[in-house]
Ligand binder design. Sequence first.
Ligand code: NDP
Length: 605
Amino acid sequence: MANSHMLSTEALADLRKRYRSERERRVRPDGVRQYLGADAEFGYYAADPYAGEAAEREPVRDKVDVAVVGGGFGGILAGARLRQRGVERVRVIETGGDFGGTWYWNRYPGIHCDVESHVYLPLLDETGYVPEWKYAPGEEIRRHAVRIAEKFDLCADALFSTSVTSLTWDDTSEAWIVTTDRGDTFRATYVITATGTLSELKLPGIPGIETFKGHTFHTSRWDYDYTGGTPDGGLTGLAGKRVGVVGTGATGIQVVPKLAEDAGHLYVFQRTPSTVDERGNRRTTAEDVGAGRPGWARERRDNFLRIVAGETTDEDLVADRWTASAGLLEKLLPSFRRQGDRAAFEAAYEAADAVKMNEIRARVEQIVTDPETAEKLKPWYRYACKRPTFSDFYLQAFNRDNVTLVDTADTHGIERMTERGVVVGDTEYELDCLVFATGFSVGVSGIHSGRLPVRGRQGVKLQDAWRERGPRTLHGFTSNGFPNLIQLGGTQSASSVNYTHVLDEHAVHAAALVVAAETAGALIEPSRETEDDWIAVLADGAPDHEWFHAECTPGYYNAEGRGRPNGPVAYPHGAVAFHDLLRRWREESMDEALNTRTALPDQKL
Ligand code: NDP
């Protein structure tokens, strides 16, 4: 991590001081409570703008082999991997009107994935598809999601515009009873939950938000009827209009340049600037990425995962700003713990981080012509405190005459809203339209939060079972008392910036569990002792986040400045080691870990 541009001790001390004061400017006593969900009077913010009226259909009352909750990449990959293993009746239940998950909901102008398309889009080897851009537009990704679902025949049995309302284990028939908000009640021998991590939009709890008479919507439900245009731009409906956007995270950074092109005037309400690094999107050919050779996509994806997980590789196939900054991003993973001398590691980390952040701040100065605006756009925190962003258009947008940056850090965000617009300090900004690029709630979707009630053996609620001692799983997938229930992409496993890769490894594992249980006539259910053993593995070597998060600016990474939750939440040795561990476990231990089934033979699939 040593770097020739290392800063002096004094410069580092000054930086630390600045980071602390910038953090203090932003920490709010109400923490995560500052946000509103899209419920009750704000429920309309979550309405599906793409599906239209959900078509009438008869409620479903039958039995399937596997119910998959969620039709994003997690659910699609689970379905695909089950199909590859010969499982027949797989039913995906999805709130949206089609497959795609986050790429179904998010269709805002400028939307792209900032993880390279050749590693982000799953099952490229299997579908024969080769992305055309280094960073794919959202619509290409959404179409690929549908492509996989079609290839693996997941469409016919899927239930769209349908939300699961309860999952109840029936001890007698040894099956799950699934109910939905469309009146369905059906049974499934296995349930896989793939409900996503950032799927519930949130709004800022700005006093007076409900009084605003102009038009508003959240970026994850873009209102093209109002703005005109498409994700490529051409928002002709905004011509001559005063438009505001709240939020400058990974979404805001992509939206702002498109709004700037077409709005009469754009006000960008910023609380914390993002790090905005170069992106360098470009068209790619099959030759560029070695496509065509069997296994090319898997090889590239594995290479990327190794690099961002801090592992050593001979070459860097993706070679972008993610891989270049890997040492800073994975501060909590293997590269951190292998350093031995913790103080020396922290010092080296801090120094390298300062160099990177100085580069990021210098880039702002180079691009933004107005010095006052440039100063406000400089981020003062460590690189990995917030999701890094990448754009070759965002900072440039502030050089336009019709774009104004409004810094709201001193008032902890927008102070209040009126019928006419937004108030910050002494100024009321009158607006025709306000777009919320304010992100998503963490930890509220899925079965952990209780939003989707899950009852296991003897009617015990999952939340009650975990109330005292926290989540208890084996590998993050399965829990005692909740047989044949598999969670995908959840707590107590390992994650990565290339989340679809993680989901695919999880999907392979889930499919293997289902097939092994079928073959053995057994239930998938870890013993309490196995759960204890897994918790011990998680706790052993779990990195101490505190030194890092203590100086981080607030955001969803650190529960708005409060730090990480207590207790082991992730496998501490990173995604590469976790996937190896899963593979070994499947080969050596899976069969004996299954519970002997007591059901009657006719309850089998
Ligand atoms: P974020 O949570 O990252 O950003 C929300 C923004 O809203 C922040 O800038 C926040 O400021 C601001 N905000 C919230 N409340 C207020 C307020 N009261 N006044 C002013 N500003 C406010 O959401 P995003 O949708 O941008 O991104 C969420 C995640 O989605 C990303 O982190 C990433 O994981 C994923 N994503 C991935 C993309 C990709 O290309 N792969 C693209 C887009 C999103 P503050 O920082 O001060 O809290």
